[in-house]
Write a protein that binds this ligand. Sequence first.
Ligand code: GUN
Length: 279
Amino acid sequence: MAAKIIDGKAIAEEIQKALAAEVADLKAKGVVPGLAVILVGDNPASKTYVRNKEKACQRVGLYSEVHRLPESTSQEEVLDLIATLNRKPEIHGILVQLPLPDHIDQKACIEAIDPSKDVDGFHPVNVGRLQIGEKCFVPCTPNGIIELIERTGTPIKGAEAVVVGRSNIVGKPVGMLLMHRHATVTTCHSRTRDLAFHTKRADILVVAMGKPKVITGDMIKPGATVIDVGINSVDGKLVGDVDFDSAVEVAGAITPVPGGVGPMTITMLLKNAIEAARG
Ligand code: GUN
């Protein structure tokens, strides 16, 4: 039997509607949640992501400002801008779009953001708080993944969860969130000796490796919930890290690419910015 397709777009729209109501409530109390985005250079994917973030803010009613800076911008200029935004009361959330050009130190920029405005959850203070299970800004993609799994009705407690990929942005935090929800978590990566051995045991399989179609149907446990975080362009077509056509025949539920995890990431960013405005 073919898997249930997890419609991230529809779920994101539903959550954004609820967020718009929250924003209206806050506005009635005199608070307009504000998000500032810094984009340096001309990376085409980053430009698209930032435009989508801007549009989502408009849709839900947040105030947003996008600082589009040329590739030649110095690190000092970026750090100065972050310092200004840290002090600006109408800005509750600050996001520096990654990747930054090579001459700018990404770590220095992330660490310059006031942790109480770090809606990406990338600042070491928020990373540390997540690790020890304290209240913090949870990175947007992992937060969206958990929301999708929960809404699918897949039990997380006691489940075998396998995360493929160990990035700071997705793999590590999603593993932590699953562990906090009492899953048994295995993290696989490019040096894992027998990837299929692990993935075949997964009740929940999260794939964030950045390699097109690296997970095929024969590597999936029948009935598993499969979350595909990959966004790869192959012959001008967007494909995930999971080979959808073979996986859909085995999995119990699966996210498509596009229309799965992607729309959830922006939604969780809006959620974090609203939370930041609440203080
Ligand atoms: N580039 C790709 N994903 C992200 C993200 O979640 N946040 C930021 N700031 N940059 C990104």
